[in-house]
Design a protein around this ligand. Sequence first.
Ligand code: IMP
Length: 420
Amino acid sequence: MLEKGKAVVVLGAQFGDEGKGKFVDVLSEKADLVCRVQGGNNAGHTIYVGSEKIVTHLLPIGVVRENCEVAIGSGVVIDPFVLHDEFEKISAKGINLDPRRVHLDGRAHVILPYHRLQDGKREAERSKSGEAIGTTGRGIGPAYASRAYREGLRMAELIDSDQLKAHFNQHPHLREGLTLELEEKLSFIASFMKPFVKDTAHITNSKLHHGARVLIEGAQGALLDPSFGTYPFVTSSSLVSGSCAGGIGIPPWKISQVIGVIKSYSTRVGNGPYPGELSGTLETHLRDLGKEYGATTGRPRRVGWLDLVALRYMSRVNGITSIALMKSDVLCGFDQVGIVTAYRDKRTNELMPGWPMTPRDWDNVDAVVEFYEGWPACTEGDALTRPFQRYVQRIEHAANAPVVFVSTGAERSAGLWYQN
Ligand code: IMP
């Protein structure tokens, strides 16, 4: 999968929570550098090593494999309080977090308490008219808004007390919520972070030049992309493969592959359109089987069948070259498994030809669901069982890309590389 001198993108091809953490962990065993390039601590990447559960929200999950270095690129928004906590938790597990191994870009924007407060206020306002996004409340949107307003504070300024002071003097509203105690803590964290803050674009390019294998650990899922997702029910940073190079500062032609990660069914956290969503006992059953509760907020995730219309669209927009199919074991034992194959327009009863663009279009989507024979087990030795294989082939046909990895359990070793 990984090639010397090239980058591979691991991209969530649904609404996030596809199991990217586990897949990145599997690949990072052979990587030299693993990078986060978008989002912030709205993400939660989880892996299970034996009985131990490890979750990271800002550091790439690749940090757990000490054979590789990790970087947080300029496209990420960093909450320094959260990052500092994460440093403490991860190093308490005995994992080496040396500044020679961990790189934070000086141009990455900082999430301040002000941004979290704004996130809450805006959501409260929107919910009055029933239009709340259901954000993670981590201040992600307001931090990117500060970047767009050209008022944002960046890591390189955070670690320089003079520049930090000048920045707050110029933009005093950014101080909101920063109590004296928090300000002291921030200045302590800033000095702690100083040796980690560098130019990660330079580091990544120079490593690629010397033959490093780079892994881009996508966050969220491309259906939450602000341009190509279900706007306005999306996140605030660009998630499609075309933006990944820009989130760390490498040329796009250094990316050799885009691996789309999907679950064998689907989930969504927060509000917004969701064709194929289940309700009733099937919903609760699938949620419990898949342990579908947010890694970041603990919210119960909405669950549904796999959506091939969305997969086809995502495959095209992102140029998915292969697919990692996660959580296949969760569907074992279902008599039949549904799959969304088309969207029908309720107004005309015709099939929709393209991707719905407005909330009104989405309101009129009726999902066409086909049912497949279920599978008692995914694998038999090294092969896929017949009914599961038929399901996999349907996915490959829709995505026009091969399924190369099938995950059959939460544990690191539960999965197989697959070639048909
Ligand atoms: P925000 O990114 O916190 O602004 O939230 C915007 C939308 O994206 C909400 O529906 C969130 O639930 C969703 N979201 C953000 N990050 C993730 C993620 O990592 N996994 C799944 N959903 C996410």
